[in-house]
Design a binder for this molecule. Structure first.
Ligand code: PMP
Length: 440
């Protein structure tokens, strides 16, 4: 028999670990029972608007019938089969669709279970590629400060070294880091000197670097920062000059989040490897993909050991692939660029006045991303009570109170989200918090 809501929450509190939370003294959580459109329905019937797309993946709204039906249909035929020795139509069809969307011939697709794993796979592809070409010492990556690529060891190692993963410094592989692209904001005149740090670091260590990795244009979970696409053009030139691969992590920014299908489209150049995830299944099942070119795939195959050395148990799970196909149907079926432009305009107009609040240091909007940066964060419980009064679910982190709503959020709901953010940003600063803050 199902336990009562208080009993279920009490069990959760004493037995379950939640993300970025103390297992012994966890912050409060809501008991979610159902969800639809932009709404999460709690055990007591309260509805909260999901203003962060459940960590940026619920692009089409929760429990979209086209996606849930596709999962149901697939579950009646084939829920899982090992991908070693078998293939199946959902994987083949989804790979075909992804290949049509990814840039310039990146049509060799590896399915991964999560965004972090797709970054690990991209890293291993780059190192194995250089190894096959006869550069075994090219086994480190160059990443950007202010970046975030996931929580597994390999992905943490590529995220900002001064962020919350700092305590794992002894565990993780050592990579090279260039300065964060803070000196070349998006929508400002290009500042060539902003590229000096990465150029100098790459040139000093070119014999040890297999690839450069970044979140193109939008540094999300660490810095909440938008930077100039010329930075990516320069990266492309530099990598080509030295035979180093370029990896774009579009896990957060892809699928129209910043306006175009891919955030890097603003630069007009393409990476050698791209990681996609989150909105790939519209937030219905966990799935990510790493796509590269046939040239790179061929080089990896020709070198020792003649195979790519990665193969997780749930690789290309058929249910997740069916959800992915249905999600891509929805992206193809309506004009997401237009709906994101509408959200962008509304966020721009609605959040701009917050610049005059005493604790607000910056307001940044791009696509369906609205960020209010504060000098010092208000108390979490105060933010929680203010946003709940509006029926809005947000999850601020560090100095950022932000929204990344489902891309289908209607104007009146965006209006409510703006009102909730405005009230949260007007709260007085709370007591000082540890400098590392939280990551999403
Ligand atoms: N890369 C980026 C840019 C991300 O934002 C995230 C997650 N926030 C990840 C990788 C990791 O994805 P996942 O949580 O699915 O492992």
């Amino acid at each position: 028999m199902e336990s009562s809501a208080p009993d279920a929450l009490a069990y959760d509190r004493s037995h379950l670990w939640h993300p970025y939370a103390s297992p012994l003294n966890p912050p409060p959580v809501f008991l979610a029972e159902r969800a639809h459109d932009t709404q999460i329905v709690l055990a007591d019937g309260t509805e909260l608007t999901d203003a962060v797309s459940s960590w940026w993946c619920v692009a089409h709204g929760h429990n979209h019938p086209h996606i849930t039906k596709a999962i149901q249909r697939q579950s009646e035929a084939l829920s899982h089969v090992m991908f070693g020795g078998f293939t199946h139509r959902p994987a083949i069809e989804l790979a075909r669709r992804i290949a049509q969307l990814t840039p310039e011939g990146l049509d060799s697709i590896f399915f991964a279970d999560s965004g972090s794993i797709s970054v690990e796979v991209a890293t291993k592809m780059a190192v194995q590629y250089q190894y096959a070409l006869g550069y075994p010492n090219r086994n480190r990556l160059l990443a950007l400060r202010g970046g975030y690529h996931g929580d597994t060891a390999g992905a943490m190692a590529l995220s900002d070294p001064d962020g919350m993963h700092k305590l794992f410094a002894g565990l993780i592989p050592r990579h090279f880091f260039a300065d964060a692209p803070t000196q070349c904001p998006l929508r400002s005149e290009w500042n060539e000197s902003a590229f000096d740090s990465i150029r100098t670091t790459l040139e000093a260590h070119r014999d040890e670097i297999a690839a450069v990795i970044c979140e193109p244009v939008f540094q999300a979970a660490n810095a909440m920062w938008f930077y100039h696409p010329n930075y990516l053009r320069r990266m492309r030139e530099l990598c080509d000059e030295h035979g180093i691969l370029l990896i774009f992590d579009e896990i957060a920014a892809g699928f129209y989040r910043t306006g175009p299908l891919w955030a890097h489209a603003r630069s007009g150049i393409s990476p050698d490897i791209i990681c996609i995830g989150k909105a790939l299944t519209g937030g219905h099942l966990t799935l990510a993909a790493t796509a590269t070119s046939h040239r790179i795939a061929k080089t990896i195959s020709n070198g020792f050991p003649g195979a790519f050395m990665h193969g997780p148990t749930y690789m290309a799970n058929p249910l997740a692939c069916a959800a992915g196909i249905a999600s891509l149907d929805l992206f193809a079926g309506s004009d997401y660029t237009a709906s994101v432009r509408r959200i962008e305009q509304q966020l721009q107009t609605g959040l701009a006045p917050l610049r005059s609040l005493p604790n607000v240091t910056a307001v940044r909007v791009l696509g369906a991303v609205g960020i209010v940066e504060v000098a010092s964060p208000p108390r979490a419980e105060d933010v929680r009570s203010v946003i709940l009064d509006h029926g809005i679910w947000l999850r601020p982190f560090g100095n950022f109170i932000y929204t990344m709503p489902p891309l289908v959020t209607p104007p009146e709901t965006i209006g409510k989200i703006i009102a909730a953010i405005a009230d949260a940003a007007a709260l007085p600063p709370g007591p000082p918090v540890p400098a590392d803050g939280f990551h999403e």
